[in-house]
Write a protein that binds this ligand. Structure first.
Ligand code: ADP
Ligand code: MG
Length: 725
C-alpha cells in the first residue's frame, strides 16, 4: 500500500489528536480507512422542489415522492384519545408545510429543534385545511448553508453515519463531509487496484480510484450506481473465491463412496408406497441419485414447503445407502418428531429386514449402551435421533449417509464435527424454510440445492384468518362445532419468556381455563416442552388416536408433527411469532383432503385494521419497527400460503444475520451487497470466482497475486474454515 495512505488521519486538516482519537474509536485510523468510510445514504438535490410547487403538483394529482427543504418553525405533540401525534411545522422560501408522526412522537420530537434546517422526502398530501403535509417522511438535517445552496457538495449530497464518538469532538454532518471530500481529492489516486484487470474489462467495472471518488462525491446517479456495483462486486467476489477454494479443497481431500442406486430392496420399498411420487419428488430424487452414484460426497440441501413430501425422498435415499451396505443417521429437531419418525419408519423398514434404532434423551443407561454398541458393531442400519446425535460420542462402523431434517442452520459447523471424526459421508439437509436464492448461491455456494416445488395433488389450501382477541368466544364455538363433526384442533400459546418454568405455567394456566370455562364440554390434552419425551409421546399418541378433541400446546409441535385428522390450528399472540415459525405451525394442518383452518389471534390492532404496509425504517426506533413488522408478518400469512414467498419476506424483514445466526452460518456481515436484491451481480461474481479458482486453485499464477493477497488478508481469520471444509 502507498505510504501516504497509511498515515494517521491526524495529518489531515482540521483533525487534531482529539478528533483522531474519536475516529480511532470507530475504527478509522489511517487515511486509507477514511477513504473507505462510505456514505450511508444520499440526498438528490436535483429533485428538490419549493413548497409552492409541491402544492401545485399535488393539486394536479401527482402521487409520487418529492424532496423539499425547510426550517423548523415549531413542533408539538397532540393527543387524540390516548394516541400521541407529533406535528412539525416548517417553512421554505415559498410557504409552510408540516410533517406528521403517528408513532414515536416523543422520539422524533427530539430531532426537530426550532430554527434547524432539514431536507424532507416523502409522499405529499393536502389536508382538508389545504396544508401541505408529509406523513412519516424521511428526513436529513442540513447545515444552514446547505439548505440554501449546495456549494462544494456537487448535486448529490452524501450522508455519513455519524457515531456519537465523532459528535463528541464536534464533528457534524457538514464538517465530516468537508473532511472526507478533501481527503478524497488528495489521496484517492494513491489507492492501487484490488480486482483483476480481466474482470474490470469483462463486466465494465469502474477502477478503484473512480469508485472511491464517485461513492463520496457523485456528480449524478449513473456514476453512483456504477461505483456501487463495483464495490459490491468486489465484496462478493472475494467471498466467493473463499467458498470456491473451500469446495475444491473438500472434494480433493475427501473421497466418498459410490453407491449402486438400483437395488432389489429399493424396488420392494417403492412398490410398497401407498401413493405415486409427484413429479417434483422424482426430479429431486434423480439429482440425489447422481450424487450417491458419484464418489464425491454428496452435500445437498433439499428444500420443499411444509407438506411437500420430503420425508419419503429421504427414506428412498436411505434405502439406497443401506442396501449398499452402509449405515445411515436421520436427525430431527425434536424428540417427539424423532419418535414419530421412528414408529413409522420401523413399520416401513421391517419388511426389508433393516434394523432401525432411536437414540434420544431419557433412555435407560443399559438400553442406550446396548444401542450404541449395536451401532458400533454395524448391526444397526438406521439411527434416528435429534440434532445432538452428531455431537455425541456415537461411533458408527460405516456411516454412509446423514439426513438432517427440518434444519436450515446447517453451516460449516456440523460438517466440521463430522470431518473431525475422519469421515466424509453423504449429507442431505432438508428444510421447509427455503433459503433465498441469493443465499443458496453465496453461503451455500459449496452446497447443491434441490427443490420440491409442488405439493401432492388433492391438497386444499389452509384457510388463514386473522382475528382480535375479542373474537375468541366465537372461535371457541367454531372449535366446538367442528369437534362435534369429529375434527380435532391445536391451540398454541407462545413462550412467555425464555424460561421453562414460565412456559409451563402459562400453558397450564390456559389449559385449566379452557377446561373449566370456555370448552368444558370437550376433552382436552396438554403438551409442552417441559415434559419428558415419553410423556410427550403418550400425549401425541392419544391425540393421534382421537382421545382428545383439542390439544393445548406450546411451540413443541412446531415442526414435522403429522396428525392428518387435526384440521384447525389456533395460534394465540400470533404477532409474537416469526414468519417461518407461523408458516411451520400452519403446516401442522392441511394434511388431509378436508378443509383446514389456521386462526391467528392477535392484539396487534394495526395488523387487524390494514393489510398493506410500506415503511422506511431507517429512522424508526426499534420498538416501532417491531410493531410494523408484526403487522406485515400477520398480513403476509393471510395473503400467502407459499413458504418460498414467506421466507423471502422473512429474510427481508429480519436480515440474514438474524435468521441464520452469523456464527452458525459462517456468513460474514456484508457491508455493501444486498443478499435479497443483488441476485444477478452475485451470480456474476460467483461465476468469476469459481472460474478463477477452478483454473488456479492455489493461486500460484503471478497474475493472481493480488487476489491471493487480498484473500489472505480478508479471510486469514477464517483459515480454519478453508482447512476443514
Ligand atoms: P414434509 O415435506 O413437510 O416433511 P411429509 O414428508 O411429512 O412433508 O409429507 C406430508 C404428507 O404427505 C405425509 O403424510 C406423506 O405421507 C404424504 N405424501 C408424501 N408424498 C406424497 C405423494 N407423492 N402423494 C401423496 N401424499 C404424499
Ligand atoms: Mg418433514
Amino acid at each position: 500500500m502507498h505510504k501516504e495512505l497509511t498515515k494517521s488521519v491526524q495529518y489531515l486538516k482540521s483533525i487534531g489528536p482529539k478528533r483522531a482519537e474519536s475516529f480511532a474509536q470507530i475504527g478509522i485510523r489511517t487515511i486509507y480507512d477514511l477513504l473507505f468510510y462510505f456514505p450511508a445514504r444520499y440526498l438528490d438535490r436535483t429533485n428538490i422542489l419549493t413548497s409552492i410547487k409541491v402544492v401545485q403538483y399535488v393539486s394536479d394529482g401527482y402521487e409520487g415522492e418529492v424532496t423539499i427543504t425547510g426550517k423548523v418553525v415549531d413542533s408539538e405533540i397532540h393527543y387524540y384519545s390516548k394516541k400521541q401525534i407529533l406535528k412539525v411545522r416548517m417553512k421554505d422560501a415559498t410557504g409552510f408545510f408540516e410533517c406528521i408522526w403517528f408513532n414515536g412522537a416523543k422520539f422524533f420530537k427530539n430531532y426537530f429543534n426550532e430554527g434547524e434546517y432539514f431536507a424532507v422526502s416523502g409522499k405529499p398530501v393536502l389536508t382538508k385545511y389545504g396544508h401541505l403535509q408529509f406523513v412519516h417522511p424521511d428526513f436529513d438535517r442540513l447545515a444552514e448553508a446547505e439548505s440554501k445552496d449546495f456549494l462544494n457538495t456537487g448535486k448529490i449530497i452524501p450522508f455519513y453515519k455519524l457515531p456519537k464518538q465523532l459528535k463528541e469532538t464536534h464533528i457534524g454532518d457538514f464538517s465530516l463531509r468537508k473532511i472526507i471530500f478533501s481527503t478524497v481529492e488528495t489521496y484517492s489516486t494513491f489507492v492501487s487496484e484490488t480486482l483483476p484487470e480481466e474482470l474490470l474489462n469483462k463486466y465494465t467495472l469502474l477502477n478503484i480510484c473512480d469508485t472511491i471518488k464517485f461513492l463520496h462525491a457523485p456528480i449524478n446517479f449513473g456514476e453512483l450506481a456504477k461505483a456501487r456495483t463495483r464495490i459490491k462486486f468486489e465484496e462478493i467476489f472475494y467471498f466467493e473465491c473463499m467458498v470456491a477454494q473451500r469446495k475444491k479443497l473438500f472434494a480433493t481431500k475427501h473421497l466418498g463412496f459410490s453407491f449402486k442406486a438400483k437395488t432389489n430392496q429399493l424396488k420392494h420399498f417403492l412398490n410398497s408406497l401407498p401413493f405415486e411420487l409427484t413429479s417434483a419428488q422424482l426430479k429431486v430424487l434423480s439429482e440425489i441419485r447422481k450424487d450417491l452414484e458419484s464418489d464425491v460426497p454428496m452435500n445437498r440441501l433439499l428444500q420443499g414447503d411444509v407438506g411437500s413430501g420430503k420425508t419419503i425422498v429421504a427414506l428412498i435415499s436411505i434405502v439406497i445407502a443401506i442396501s449398499n451396505g452402509y449405515q445411515c443417521a436421520l436427525m430431527v429437531p425434536t424428540e417427539i418428531l424423532a419418535d414419530q419418525h421412528y414408529k413409522r419408519i420401523c413399520r416401513m423398514f421391517e419388511p426389508l429386514g433393516f434394523i432401525t434404532e432411536i437414540l434420544i434423551g431419557g433412555q435407560k443407561k443399559a438400553e442406550r449402551e446396548h444401542i450404541l454398541s449395536n451401532i458400533a458393531a454395524g448391526k444397526t442400519n438406521l439411527v434416528i435421533g435429534t440434532h445432538a446425535l452428531i455431537e455425541e460420542t456415537v461411533d458408527f462402523k460405516n456411516l454412509g449417509l446423514i439426513v438432517i431434517d427440518e434444519q436450515h442452520r446447517f453451516g460449516v459447523v456440523q460438517r466440521l464435527e463430522l470431518t473431525k471424526k475422519g469421515i466424509a459421508p453423504n449429507i442431505l439437509v432438508m428444510t421447509a424454510t427455503p433459503i433465498p436464492r441469493t443465499l443458496s448461491m453465496t453461503l451455500y455456494g459449496d452446497i447443491d440445492v434441490s427443490t420440491i416445488d409442488c405439493l401432492p395433488k388433492e391438497r386444499i389450501p389452509v384457510k388463514t384468518i386473522l382475528r382480535g382477541e375479542s373474537k375468541l368466544p366465537a372461535i371457541y364455538d367454531f372449535v366446538k362445532k367442528k369437534a362435534a363433526e369429529g375434527v380435532q384442533s391445536f391451540i398454541v400459546y407462545p413462550l412467555v419468556e425464555e424460561s421453562d418454568k414460565l412456559e409451563l405455567k402459562a400453558a397450564t394456566k390456559h389449559y385449566e381455563e379452557l377446561k373449566t370455562n370456555h370448552l368444558k364440554d370437550l376433552s382436552i390434552g396438554l403438551i409442552h416442552g417441559k415434559m419428558k419425551w415419553q410423556e410427550k409421546e403418550n400425549i401425541m399418541n392419544e391425540f393421534a388416536e382421537k382421545k382428545f378433541a383439542l390439544l393445548v400446546s406450546t411451540t413443541v409441535i412446531e415442526v414435522g408433527i403429522d396428525i392428518p385428522n387435526a384440521n384447525i390450528i389456533i395460534i394465540n399472540d400470533a404477532h409474537r411469532f416469526g414468519l417461518s415459525q407461523l408458516h411451520q405451525l400452519r403446516g401442522r394442518v392441511g394434511r388431509s383432503s378436508a378443509q383446514s383452518y389456521c386462526i391467528l389471534v392477535t392484539k396487534d390492532e394495526l395488523a387487524l385494521r390494514s393489510n398493506n404496509f410500506s415503511f422506511s425504517h431507517e429512522y424508526l426506533p426499534t420498538q416501532i419497527i417491531e410493531r410494523y413488522k408484526s403487522s406485515i408478518r400477520l398480513n403476509a400469512m393471510v395473503n400467502s400460503s407459499n413458504g418460498f414467498e414467506l421466507s423471502e419476506m422473512d429474510f427481508k424483514l429480519r436480515g440474514p444475520g438474524n435468521i441464520f445466526g452469523i456464527e452458525q452460518s459462517g456468513l460474514p456481515e456484508f457491508k455493501y451487497i444486498n443478499l435479497v436484491e443483488d441476485v444477478s451481480l452475485i451470480q456474476q461474481a460467483k461465476d468469476s470466482a469459481f472460474e478463477l479458482i477452478g483454473k488456479d486453485p492455489e493461486l500460484v499464477n503471478p497474475n493472481n497475486l493480488v487476489v491471493k493477497n487480498i484473500l489472505l488478508d480478508k479471510f486469514s481469520s477464517k483459515v480454519q474454515l478453508a482447512q476443514i471444509a
